[in-house]
Design a protein around this ligand. Structure first.
Ligand code: G16
Length: 545
């Protein structure tokens, strides 16, 4: 069969700079002629071509996923790729894609997702490249991709019919092998290697109940197969478990502000023992007990403190890592265990080197992300299984585990206040003014607290020495409390200011306070320090988690 490759003339688009996690834009932006193609060609060019290579391809099933898969298959074929492994129906959760890249040792993979951002024709779409370790491309690669988007003049695409991506099996598209795989199987196999499935099965068999909310996004098939299939949880344990192109109107962000059905259920008199939710692409997780939402920072700390109860981590934890704005709860665990704790910029890509080098075993972020060295992405279903394994191994409730942890290590009260959709210039102005202000803050007293450290966080990767600056302004007080400010790198409308607030409380008698009340002084201070109202016109955040 003769294969035709069309070379299409094109021009650069503005703004194809990957953010915290790939390129995320409105679906309508991606639907412009050549927009997706330019970015995909730029990925291939930045990698020095993909001729003869194998790639993984899949996404969270959101609107435009299927069309994008066909375009990328044809472009990979035109660029001479040997093989693309695609999730059935174009579906692969982000952690499953990472798992498949590692298992089949491919050159890398392309993941189609805008994660926790809403989907549908008026929602968001996204694309990112993961390297051969299964993790998000590091900055040197995303910078190179961006540079290519600025100078692109043409791209190649095979003149071929759409490939059948719904039937599992091997086929051919314009001379390239296309292997359509079961989206769940490889991932489920990996989970069985890590967790004590027999103990969790017994926990369910004993009558314990859980509710997993897939928010009509991609975690549903994974959770249903593993929880209801392999672990024997009753049918109906997984709700909103079928991925829909518009997520059924859900905002697929597993936090108390967006997963309200789950929170209501867990606060009801007949609440199940355990609640959990995951996001659009199944890399985030929220852990909920009866009347208790576990903060992601606490979840990481509790997982680290109890890791040896879980078979896959019985050997112990080499080190832990958290993003800078994540609370310091895990630092206390690391200190007690005598292991290193790394503080990285926001973005899972910064954990990759630490995991590859064996310096860190567990990683986590305040943005509902937790994971380990089993893949190179954060992993929502993994975190849920980790908690299930802890519940089964200890026979304790979520609340008992959390309270025991606080009693031993102290409680880091923690909250994030988001100001979404603010004017970009105003947001940049606020950060610029703050950067000036912090130059003279150290040693001064604000609301009765002495400023011990005030800086713009910068990170020097201990493995490859790469430097990342301007990663967020932090103001740390002598009593250990902190306020951190940064602009989100994942939004698609205007700017989002994130304010992270943290205060440590050692006294168990004071561990049951309402979080916002416990942080009230810091919240007031955070407004005054940054002049939030003055710069943005906002008096209150749009989302509090
Ligand atoms: C991405 C990154 C995370 C980051 C989060 C929030 O998550 O992978 O590392 O913490 O965005 O980033 P920002 O504060 O810049 O919006 P996801 O789940 O969206 O891929």
């Amino acid at each position: 069969m003769t294969t035709y490759v069309n070379t299409i003339k094109t021009k650069p688009f503005d703004g194809q700079k990957p953010g915290t996690s790939g390129l995320r834009k409105k679906v309508t932006v991606f639907q412009q002629p050549h927009y997706l193609e330019n970015f995909v060609q730029s990925i291939f060019d930045a990698l020095g071509g993909v001729a003869g290579k194998a790639l993984v391809l899949g996404g969270d099933g959101r609107y435009h996923n299927r069309q994008a898969v066909q375009v990328i298959l044809k472009m990979a074929a035109a660029s001479g790729a040997a093989k693309v492994i695609v999730g059935q129906g174009g579906i692969l959760s982000t952690p499953a894609a990472s798992c498949v890249i590692r298992k089949y040792q491919t050159f890398g993979g392309i993941i189609l997702s805008a994660s926790h951002n809403p989907g549908g024709p008026d929602g968001d779409f996204g694309i990112k490249y993961n390297i051969d370790n299964g993790g998000p491309a590091p900055e040197k690669i995303t910078d190179a991709i961006y540079a290519c988007t600025l100078s692109i003049t043409e791209y190649q695409i095979a003149d071929a019919a759409d490939h059948d991506i719904d039937t599992v099996g091997s086929g051919e598209l314009a001379g390239m092998t296309v292997e359509v795989i079961d989206s769940v199987a490889d991932y489920a196999e990996l989970m069985q290697e890590l967790f004590d499935f027999a103990a969790i099965r017994r926990w369910f068999a004993a009558g314990h109940r859980m509710r997993f909310d897939g928010l009509s996004a991609v975690s549903g098939p994974y959770a249903t197969h593993i929880l209801e299939g392999l672990l024997g949880a009753p049918a109906g344990t997984v709700v909103n478990g079928v991925p829909l192109e518009d997520f059924g109107g859900h905002h697929p962000d597993p936090n108390p502000a967006h997963a309200t059905e789950l929170i209501d259920c867990m606060n009801a008199a007949d609440a199940p023992d355990f609640g959990a939710a995951s996001d659009g692409d199944a890399d985030r997780n929220m852990i909920v007990g009866r009347n208790l939402v576990v903060t992601p920072s606490d979840s990481l700390a509790i997982i680290a403190a109890n890791a040896t109860l879980v078979p896959g981590y019985a050997r112990g934890v080499a080190g832990v890592a958290r993003s800078m704005p994540t609370s310091c709860a895990v630092d206390r665990v690391a200190k007690a265990l005598g292991i290193p704790c790394f503080e990285t910029p926001t973005g899972w890509k910064f954990f990759g080197n630490l995991l590859d080098a064996g310096l860190a075993t567990l990683c986590g972020e305040e943005s509902y992300g937790t994971g380990s060295d089993h893949v190179r992405e954060k992993d929502g279903v993994w975190a849920v299984l980790f908690w299930l394994n802890l519940l089964a191994a200890t026979n304790k409730s979520v609340t008992q585990l959390v309270e025991a942890h606080w009693a031993q290590f102290g409680r880091n009260y923690y909250s994030r206040h988001d100001y979404e959709g603010i004017d970009t210039d105003a947001a940049n102005g606020l950060m610029a003014a703050l950067r000036e202000k912090i130059k003279t803050l150290i040693g001064t007293t604000l609301a009765g607290k002495t400023v011990q450290l005030a800086d713009d966080f910068a990170y020097d990767d201990p493995v490859d020495g790469s430097h990342s600056g301007k990663q967020g302004v932090r103001v740390v007080f002598a009593d250990g409390s902190r306020v951190v400010y940064r602009l989100s790198g994942t939004g698609t409308e205007g700017a989002t200011l994130r304010v992270y607030l943290e205060r440590f409380e050692a006294d168990p008698a004071r561990h049951a306070l309402d979080t916002q009340l416990a942080l009230a002084d810091l919240i007031a201070l955070s407004h005054e320090l940054a002049g939030i109202k003055q710069h943005t016109g906002r008096e209150t955040p749009t989302v509090v988690t």
